[in-house]
Each structure stands twice: as C-alpha cells, then as structure tokens.
Design a protein around this ligand. Structure first.
Ligand code: PLP
Length: 419
C-alpha cells in the first residue's frame, strides 16, 4: 500500500470542491437526465459562442503564423509579453487603472491563481493567515489552505429585507477584532460565489482603508464581475491600486476550457506568481490569450460584457428568482439573498428541520444537483447553524432545466418543513 504524506492526504483526499466538480462533470457528460443546478459552469450563450468561433476561425485563416507560434512555443511563465501589454492597456483605457504590464501575470485559471496566492501569502506553517471578511465565501478556496489554521472567516451580518430577501453585510467590529498581526491578506469574491452579494462602495472603501492601515493586501476575486465577464447587476466601479490584488478570469466569458486568468497586483506579487508558475506548470496554456487578445485591443469585449453577458444572466436571475418565489409562496420561512451578481440563488431555509446536506441528497435522488451551504463556511471560529440552512442553486443552465429543477427544489423544501 503506497502511503501519502500528511499534505498529500489533505490535498489528494476527497473534499467539497472535488465532489462538486465530479458531480458537475458527470452531470454534464454521462447523466443527461440530471438537472445541473450545482456548479459554476457558464451558460452556452449563442452570441458568445459565435464570437469565440469567429476568433478561432480568424486565427486559423488569417493569422496562421500566430496560431503556429502559440502552439509550438512555451510562453514565459507569467504569460505572453504582448498579451500582458495589451491587457494592461485595456485596463488603463476601460477602467482608468494605472497598471502596466509589470502588474499583470497570466495564470492557469483563477483556481490555480488562488492556491498560489494563498501559499505565497499565508504559507504552510499556520503562522500567517488569510482573513475572509464575509462567510459564506467561495467553496473553491476552502481546501486551499496548506495549514488547518490558515483561513479565518467572519460570519456575514444578516440584514433581513422585505419580501423573503436578505443580504450579508461585513461585520466590521468582528473584522477589526480578528485583524491580529498574523493576518497576511484580506480576500473576498465580488460578486460573491455563492451568494451573488456585491459589497457596497462604502464597505469596499472601509476594507481598503483597513488593509492599507495594516499594510496587507486586499484580494478581490472578480471571476463574475468587472471589467469582464460583467455578470453584475448593481453599479460597480472597478478599482485597483498596488495594495489590491485583483483576479480576473476568462472562464465566465464562456471559456472555462482554456484555463486562463489574470492577476493584477504589485510587481512584487506578479513576479512571485510568475516564478511559482514556472515551478508548478512551466508556462500557461496560450490559446486563451491568443483568442482574447484581439478583443482587448478594441471595445468589443467591454461591449459584449455589457450588451450580451450582463443582460443574459440578469434575465436568467430574475426568472429564477420569480419561479422559486412563486413555487415557495408563503408556505415556508425562507429568504433569498439579494441577487446582485454571478449565476446563483442563495436560499436560506430558516430553522429547516433537515440539514442542507440531507436536502442535497433528497434532491440528487430526484435528479436535481445543488450545493449544500455548509461547504461555503470554512474558517469560522465556532459552528454556525445558519451554514446548514442554506443551498446554492445555479441558474446558468437552459431554461427548461432551471424551471424543472426549481419546481422540484420547492417541492422538496415544502416536504422537508412538513416533516
Ligand atoms: C469566485 C470564483 N473564483 C474563482 C473561480 C475559479 O475559476 P477559474 O479557475 O475557472 O478561473 C471560480 C469558479 O467558479 C469562482 O466562482
């Protein structure tokens, strides 16, 4: 029997994100009758698919040399110099950021970028920690801590709103109390996966001030947000300075298959990440960069984000909200998180007699995949019953799948309360 190291057991063993990706992968490939309301897969938006096909065709037919070069050459570990220059110019132009190519590093997807970032900042010995200002937070981070004490989360302060709605706010008193000298960075996804929360401008300003006054970076994961893909339904001004580490991914543009993302940060951070990339992967895949680069040179990407992607997901979000609210009526004490971005409904089942994990099993038996909430509450100082009362429901799949799935979810939720 081959034995693994403690770290090998931890990283190589089962975990929430691995179960989720297995469920998702099976549902998308070999279980066509499964209604996949579980993962963060982007929708197959026809206009975006046609845009990527056009880019691909253009490369093949009009720029075969560029395609050949992309296929036959390893890029430098931090990404193609031309792509990094173009990306910096795009961010200067579209967002008014002062970054240059030195502040840009290409990574093999946001997931890998976060593993590297957390390792870079918090390390493996538990002496440094990452502080997440609002639990719940992205499931994909949960198992990336190399030390069990490396992550600290502050429970979101629940603000109950009318019409079965609620919103998490940052509890700044608890955040400040948790800011011990071993905190290496603050980190949050915005829009947040799983809740669709977008922090308010004043929350963002306060977070930036706190981070700056403690000389630690604030990491903002903008996988769903600005400047692209733009699945954000409230006003948001993209900001950057050398104390912010911004993660931008190509995945939710409809390109998760190219495994490419970008980190915008202080040169010290981008250089370190590029060096880590050399150790872990030699270089990034360069097809994603080759497909995106021409779009960064003009305004087509920004227009696609605001005219195609945002309205597409916003319409799906409104429909999903309406369907689930109609199906649940006033029969159970539920609340949905304010839908301000991303692809998810976050359903809070107050004092539900069964756990979200049990509900997940019941739904899976009825061919509906969701994600039980407790996976998103890592790093808490003490258990929080709320974590077992929430479900994440993805609405990015085709409308018939979402309709049927939400109907079945409502039936099972009502049955759960009926006992
Ligand atoms: C908030 C958030 N961050 C990062 C990622 C990782 O995305 P990728 O590795 O495809 O760039 C995801 C994927 O769903 C996500 O939801």
């Amino acid at each position: 029997m081959i034995s693994f190291s403690a770290l090998g057991e931890k990283l190589g063993g089962p975990c929430g994100i691995q179960e989720l990706m297995e469920d998702l992968g099976r549902a998308m490939s070999s279980e066509p009758d499964m209604r996949m309301l579980g993962g963060g897969n982007p929708s197959a938006i026809p206009e975006m698919q046609s845009l990527w096909r056009d880019q691909w065709r253009h490369l093949l037919e009009n720029e075969p040399d560029r395609l050949d070069r992309a296929l036959v050459n390893y890029d430098p570990p931090g990404g193609s110099p031309t792509f990094r220059r173009t990306m910096a110019a795009f961010l200067q132009r579209e967002c008014g950021w002062t970054c240059t190519e030195k502040n840009i590093v290409v990574m093999p997807g946001g997931q890998a970028a976060f593993f590297d970032l957390f390792t870079l900042l918090a390390g493996h010995d538990g002496k440094k920690k990452i502080l997440f200002p609002i639990a719940p937070e992205y499931i994909g981070y949960a198992n990336q801590a190399l030390h069990p004490d490396a992550f600290v989360s502050i429970p979101g302060a629940i603000e109950e709103l009318p019409d079965h709605t609620f919103k998490y706010r940052i509890d700044f008193d608890r955040l400040r109390a948790a800011l011990t000298p071993d905190i290496a960075a603050l980190c949050l996804s915005c829009p947040t996966n799983p809740t669709g929360n977008v922090i308010t401008p004043s929350e963002l300003t306060t977070l930036r001030e706190i981070a700056a006054s403690h000389s630690i970076p604030l990491i903002l994961d903008q996988a769903y947000g600005m400047p692209f893909p733009g699945a954000i339904y409230t006003d948001w001004t993209p900001v950057w300075d050398e104390n912010l580490i911004i993660s931008i991914s190509l995945s939710k543009l409809g390109l998760p298959g190219v495994r490419t993302s970008v980190i915008v940060a202080h040169e010290r951070v981008t250089t370190a990440l590029a060096n880590m990339n050399a150790v872990l992967a030699l270089a990034n895949g360069n097809i994603g960069q080759a497909l995106l680069q021409p779009l960064l040179e003009g305004d087509q990407l920004t227009r696609s984000a605001s005219e195609i992607i945002r309205p597409f997901y916003q319409a799906k979000c409104q429909l999903a909200n309406r369907l689930l609210r109609e199906a649940l009526g006033d029969r159970v004490p539920y609340a949905l998180h304010a839908s301000e971005g991303a692809f998810f409904l976050w359903l809070w089942l107050k004092d539900c007699p069964i756990t979200a994990a049990e509900l997940y099993q019941r739904l899976k038996r009825r061919k509906v995949l969701v994600v039980p909430g407790h996976y998103f509450f890592f790093g808490l100082a003490e258990p929080w019953p709320h974590a077992h009362q929430c479900l994440r429901i993805t609405f990015s799949q085709p409308e018939p799948v979402v309709r049927e799935g939400l109907q079945i979810i409502a039936e099972e939720v009502i049955a759960a309360y009926a006992g």
